[in-house]
Design a protein around this ligand. Structure first.
Ligand code: ZN
Length: 296
């Protein structure tokens, strides 16, 4: 990581020392300006580990621009921003920071590479593995809806909250695993699966706004997408019932759905996915412990 260099010169420090001892109003004002200046020129801070599937929270000068992958990253008025590292993020990534005067700094980071296991699942509905031609139009339409919901970039700050497990149960599937359904290799699994009886409640892991509800998507069945701000969304799938409507503002811990087995599933479970735009994140990296020790 390349540190950003502040602009406090020895001269200004000695001036600062003197100011501390003689406090005329004018000098106090100067001190304030100096302190503000030194805070504002503070470097880039990263508050999370760089790992595949990770949600990385950073802080910088609020007037700076951040670029990562193809995204111009939203920086809030306190300087906070978030980026996401997908399942196959390469080892070396670059985050570009641009000051208000246009000075560009490239920060290099090394991303921890994970190994993903294979999970074989037998007994999912045949039509969800060997997809009939007649279903393709419907599937494309649903993919479009989901993609659009994950593209939005709002000023919400919910992603800065500490996440809680959205359901109680047993983890039956993890992020990133290579999936073989009914003997046939398919796309990797991008969520964390929590197995629990049908009708068990799903709670909002952090606050957010409901951006998509769908009773029955081809692969994901009952599907709910919640915006947590700055491109961070949660997607809950295989739901039996959705208890909220598009446009609803929800608070952390609110009941939002019931667990089901709709779509490509063998039994009732919650599949909780997280995205930073198109990048798939691992919700489990945000959690401590297991969902059976939920405290809400
Ligand atoms: Zn799943």
């Amino acid at each position: 990581m390349i540190a950003y260099h502040g602009h406090m010169t020895p001269t200004s420090i000695s001036f600062l020392n003197k100011t501390v001892f003689c406090c005329t109003r004018q000098q106090l004002f100067c001190l304030c300006i100096l302190l503000m200046f030194s805070l504002n020129s503070r470097g880039l801070e990263i508050k999370s580990p760089w790992v595949q599937g990770g949600m990385v929270i950073g802080k910088t000068n609020p007037t700076h621009q951040i670029r990562f992958l193809s995204h111009s990253v939203r920086v809030n008025s306190d300087g906070y921003f978030v980026i996401g590292l997908g399942r196959d993020t390469p080892k070396n990534v670059v985050l570009t920071e641009v000051t208000s005067s246009g000075q560009e700094t490239k920060h290099n980071f090394s991303v921890e590479q994970r190994t993903y296991r294979e999970q074989r699942i037998e007994g999912v509905p045949k039509r969800t593995v060997d997809v009939p031609e007649s279903a393709l139009t419907r599937i494309r339409k649903e993919v479009k809806l989901t993609k659009a919901a994950r593209k939005i970039d709002t000023t919400r700050q919910d992603f800065l909250q500490e996440f809680i497990w959205p359901a109680k149960g047993i983890i039956s599937g993890v992020y990133g695993s290579r999936r073989v359904y009914n003997g046939q290799p398919r796309r990797p699994h991008f969520g964390v699966d929590i197995a629990a009886p049908q009708g068990s409640l799903v709670f909002a892991p952090v606050s957010g706004k409901v951006v998509l509800t769908h009773d029955n998507m081809y692969f994901s069945g009952g599907t709910l997408i919640v915006d947590h701000g700055h491109g961070v969304t949660s997607t809950f799938i295989h739901l039996h019932k959705i208890l909220v409507k598009e446009g609803d503002d929800i608070k952390q811990g609110d009941p939002i759905a019931e667990i089901g087995a709709t779509g490509r599933a063998t039994g009732p479970h919650l599949d909780w996915r997280m995205n930073w735009f198109e990048q798939r994140l691992d919700p489990q990296l945000l959690m401590e412990g297991l969902p059976n020790r939920i405290n809400n």
